[in-house]
Design a protein around this ligand. Structure first.
Ligand SMILES: [Zn+2]
Length: 95
């Protein structure tokens, strides 16, 4: 029985080592994730003609709000209205 219990002890130690390694890997990866938190976000203002024949997207600028008239349509002359403001995540280019 001594040989069997010795084998179990080895298995137990191996299991513990694997658990510890996993914990260390988890710790390192979570640390990396914490550093990568809050990716840069950019706000985009979507403007469309009330006749839906023209649409443009530009960077959000202060004072923009949905429903605001920001000009006239270059195609039909109708008012251009901000129809939505949304955010996009800027993809960081990795080299
Ligand atoms: Zn138009």
């Amino acid at each position: 029985m001594d040989g069997a219990s010795g084998l179990y002890l080895v298995l137990f130690i191996v299991l513990m080592v694997i658990l510890v390694i996993q914990m260390v890997i988890n710790y390192i990866t979570s640390k990396k994730k914490a550093q990568q938190q809050e990716p840069p976000v950019k706000f985009i203002t979507s403007i469309s003609c009330i006749n839906n024949d023209y649409r443009i997207e530009r960077d959000y600028s202060e004072g923009d709000f949905v429903g605001k008239i920001v000009g006239s349509c270059p195609r039909c002359g109708s008012p251009l209205v901000i129809d939505k403001i949304f955010s996009i995540t800027i993809q960081q280019q990795r080299k």
